[in-house]
Design a protein. Structure first.
Ligand code: RP5
Length: 164
């Protein structure tokens, strides 16, 4: 199975991105974790994205905050899909990160999830890998069924609680 490359702009993004790693673990999807910055280590960013496909990755998840150019810089130099995770920064509650990642120019998309939505980035990555891994499709179907059962149980509980 191809791996996911989780790239963070800083170790300060780690706490949020642990949610991504945990979710990938539940699906049994292999991943590597890197700290590479579009601004502080641009040569490493270029090397990572240019070699990502040959290094066995099927998708890149790029998490960054503030002027969050990491996802776009990685997407510019690989044909692999790149998923961007905007990290909630100290200013603007992450709106700066979100817009920096999502507003890519035509031709270089970054599939952007919500602010701090590390788990959704993992699920989206699993869905991409599932296109060539039937076993992951089965796990995704079970994941959705479990989620549905959980919400239905909450619905039954709350409707009984407020029944008149
Ligand atoms: C971005 O700048 C990182 O992704 C991080 O979210 C933000 C702040 O980085 P630190 O100053 O905490 O290292 O590049």
């Amino acid at each position: 199975m191809k791996k996911v490359c989780i790239v963070m702009g800083s170790d300060s993004d780690l706490k949020v991105m642990e949610g991504c790693m945990n979710k990938l673990d539940t699906f049994g999807v292999p991943y590597d974790v890197r700290i590479v910055s579009a601004h502080r280590t641009p040569a490493a960013a270029e090397k990572l994205s240019k070699n990502a496909a040959a290094d066995g990755y099927g998708v890149i998840i790029a998490a960054a905050g503030k002027a969050a150019h990491l996802g776009g810089v990685l997407a510019a130099q690989t044909t692999l899909p790149v998923i961007g995770v905007p990290i909630k920064s100290s200013f603007m509650d992450g709106l700066d990160s979100l817009l920096s990642i999502v507003q890519m120019p035509s031709g270089i998309p970054v599939a952007t999830v919500g602010v701090n939505a590390a788990d959704n980035a993992a699920i989206l990555a699993v869905q991409m890998l599932a296109l060539s891994e039937p076993e992951l499709t089965e796990k995704l179907a079970q994941f959705k069924a479990d989620m549905q059962a959980s919400v239905e149980a909450k619905d039954a509980k709350i409707s009984a609680q407020f029944a008149k």
